[in-house]
Design a protein around this ligand. Sequence first.
Ligand code: NAD
Length: 242
Amino acid sequence: METPFTLQGQRILITGAAGGIGSEAARICAGLGADLVLTDIRPDIPIAEELRAKGAKVETSAIDITDRAAVERLVREAGALDSLVANAGYVVWDDWEDEGWDETFRRIMDVNVLGVFHLVRAALPGMAARGAGRIVVVTSVAGKVGGVRSGPHYVAAKGGLNAFVKWAARRAAPSGVLVNGVAPGPTISPMTASQNFDSSGIPLGRMARAEEIAAPIAFLCAPASSYICGSVLDVNGGIFMG
Ligand SMILES: NC(=O)c1ccc[n+]([C@@H]2O[C@H](COP(=O)([O-])OP(=O)(O)OC[C@H]3O[C@@H](n4cnc5c(N)ncnc54)[C@H](O)[C@@H]3O)[C@@H](O)[C@H]2O)c1
């Protein structure tokens, strides 16, 4: 393996690319040589222009990942993908006694679980047919420890994703496709901007910067991680040591 930390020539689809971690994943992957297909429910993906200005090949699209037909169209139109980074996620900082909570529960499950299933189901056959591919699912430490500040819907959704990574990894491995996850701890991004996290509970004493989550994501797309299969990497400053 000559250059295990390159993404040169790879075509990578990243969801949630308008957000904190997705933008940084795009930046690092492009820096390592990848061509990108960036998507988000938001029509504007600011990182795209920045990366194009530096010479990267970047396509963008706006879809809601809970829309199965839209996901399948996107993946079809994206062509031969080397990696999929299923990063888009959704949290609501509420209480399960709140009025209308069941609706919030359904939306959180739809975005964080069903949306990821749509993506993986759509991307796997093409990768399997080519005998190679990487799928990286962004889960959360919340799904491992029961949440730092998040509620039961998000905790259950991300715990479900941690399990799903293993299901998908077993299914995909025989065809040469590696499925893994990254489980971030509290990370500075628009998602957490309204919350106060007590850093004294984090062994490293601070929240993560988005690029500190993005780098392990890129690693799981790179040749360097060719024997990692069904892992969910703990990237949480020591909150949880698996
Ligand atoms: N920030 C944290 O502390 C933290 C911790 C653990 C896990 N995570 C996970 O990391 C991932 C990225 O989070 P972030 O911190 O960058 O948050 P973010 O809110 O900055 O980015 C999430 C992005 O997902 C997009 N999105 C939401 N719903 C969507 C949908 N239905 N279809 C398409 N796109 C949709 C949003 O528009 C947003 O741009 C998420 O899966 C999140 O759950 C974040």
